[in-house]
Design a protein around this ligand. Structure first.
Ligand SMILES: Cc1cc2nc3c(=O)[nH]c(=O)nc-3n(C[C@H](O)[C@H](O)[C@H](O)COP(=O)(O)OP(=O)(O)OC[C@H]3O[C@@H](n4cnc5c(N)ncnc54)[C@H](O)[C@@H]3O)c2cc1C
Length: 459
């Protein structure tokens, strides 16, 4: 089928908004959060319900046209954007319903973390996502989802009760522990490989307020090591991430620090407010402090501390780690100081708590026994600096001794190495079997792609 026929077909099967090159709004609609290489989709389609999603998936599958799926547009590899492909933009699927009495949130496949969190907070409730409001909850959830409530409530997938999914043959199925359990297992960590999620049902937790925000410190390896120690020893009501980064030009940091390495700890205590000071004391004592912005606030306010990334090019490297001692931290500080980009970060997220209490084979996210998720990022709007940032990120992750494992949502690549980093052997084998069952022709391949079992064996 040629591209004109594909467009005709899409127009006839879908009442959805359709944009092609030259249409007003096409450029905006095909812009992702990160800038990068030039890729122009054949068409952007904006379905309004699962029936329209199914029509688009079927048209893509039958015509062999590549398909990219966009929720919030934050993928580091800009997977949703495929040259000459269909960009399935889910942002019209924006419904959020909070059932406070049953503690269940229902959200469309294009809802952002910020929109859901604001709606849930009106009832004093929350489901934990990440640190940034504009991230799509479906994209984040399908990879795992780690954030400010993870040590208390688990990863986002641990709070996923069910999902409505359009699978590769165009059928709309429900996935949960009771229905299509293997699909449900695969969705919880397997990324966008198994279908288009049009709706998610998520468990809500009572979270009237949290005590959280930023603690900024002078850049010292001993401070980073003390923060990591405090994070590991804290009880499950404390979730943290520690950034060694170049200081952004923000008013709460002294001007002479701007552009120089500093340590920013994001802490979130989600237990009873009267216990927060004691729970956070060892963080505050970690070293010479530049700013203390931690306070009692509604949970959505934690998001305001999140990073602002657009419209940069990004290099991102990811791994899991078991420890991060003073030597490693000193190395991280000097490497961040030498980074060729203004945006440069070594990010350390504490795992453990409720994350580690779920067994490794219960979901397709299998790195639960690791203490830390580490990532190295470089950001620049300038293509030349960004290319240097990629080299820096490679060098830095090697110099910090980060191993070959990785969090699928932070992987900025596709291909075999990316898949093997994201999934240990047994997980990958089971995912490939599920892929063969639900997407044997690999319609959903613009992602960290899991090949169907038969294809993988034939190679
Ligand atoms: C600034 C920033 C902060 C982040 N912070 C965190 C964090 O704190 N914790 C964390 O865990 N992750 C975090 N991430 C990573 C984030 O979870 C992933 O980038 C995720 O894939 C983004 O989802 P999206 O919908 O926004 O992106 P998109 O690019 O729209 O989607 C990414 C991929 O997910 C799949 N997908 C998205 N929606 C659907 C759907 N409805 N159905 C089927 N497949 C779908 C598709 O394969 C798509 O290509 C962060 C990323 C950024 C850029």
């Amino acid at each position: 089928m040629g591209s004109n026929e594909v467009l005709e077909r899409l127009r006839s099967v879908s009442g959805a908004g359709l944009l092609t090159v030259g249409d007003a709004g096409f450029d905006d609609a095909s812009t992702m959060v990160f800038a990068g290489d030039d890729r122009t989709p054949l068409v952007v389609v904006r379905p309004r319900d699962e029936r329209e999603v199914a029509a688009v998936v079927t048209a893509a599958a039958e015509s062999g046209t590549p398909l990219g799926v966009r929720g919030g547009g934050h993928a580091y590899a800009r997977h949703a954007l495929v040259d000459g492909g269909i960009l399935l933009d889910l942002r019209e699927l924006s419904r959020v319903e909070i059932d406070a009495s049953r503690r269940v949130g229902v959200a469309g496949g294009g809802v952002s973390a910020g929109a859901y969190t604001t709606a849930a907070a009106e009832h004093g409730l929350a489901t934990g996502f990440g640190d940034t409001p504009s991230v799509g909850i479906a994209g984040l959830t399908l990879g795992g989802g780690i954030g400010f409530l993870s040590r208390r409530d688990g990863l986002t997938i641990d709070n996923l009760l069910g999902a409505t999914v359009v699978i590769a043959d165009g059928r709309v199925v429900e996935a949960s522990e009771a229905e299509e359990p293997e699909l449900f297992w695969a969705l919880r960590g397997g990324g966008g490989n198994f279908g288009v999620v049009t709706s998610l049902r998520l468990r809500l937790h009572e979270t009237p307020v949290v005590t959280g925000g930023i603690l900024a410190f002078e850049a010292r390896g001993a401070t980073v090591a003390a923060l990591i120690r405090a994070a590991g020893e804290a009880d499950d009501t404390v979730s943290t991430m520690v950034n060694v980064m170049k200081a952004p030009p923000v008013p709460f940091l002294p001007a002479d620090q701007h552009g120089r390495p500093i340590v920013l700890a994001f802490v979130c205590h989600s237990g009873r407010p009267e216990h927060a000071d004691a729970a956070l004391a060892s963080f505050r004592a970690a070293g010479p402090m530049l700013a203390d912005l931690v306070g009692e606030r509604p949970y959505p306010a934690m998001f305001q501390a999140g990073p602002d990334v657009a419209p940069n090019r990004v290099a991102m490297r990811t791994a899991f780690a078991d420890a991060f001692d003073t030597d490693r931290a000193d190395r991280a500080i000097s490497l961040v100081g030498e980074a060729p980009t203004q945006g440069a970060v070594v990010n350390l997220r504490q795992m453990g708590g409720a994350i580690a209490r779920v067994s490794e084979d219960a979901t397709a996210f299998a790195h639960r026994s690791r203490a830390l998720m580490a990532s190295v990022g470089a950001l620049s709007p300038d293509p030349v600096a960004a290319a240097a940032g990629r080299e820096w990120a490679d060098f830095t992750s090697g110099a910090l001794g980060l191993d070959g494992s990785g969090y699928v949502n932070f992987i900025a690549a596709s291909g075999d190495a990316a898949v093997r980093a994201a999934y240990p052997e047994a997980t990958l084998r089971r995912l490939a079997e599920a892929k063969a069952q639900y997407d044997p022709a690999n319609v959903f391949r613009s992602n960290v792609n899991i090949e169907p079992a038969e294809v993988a064996t034939r190679r």
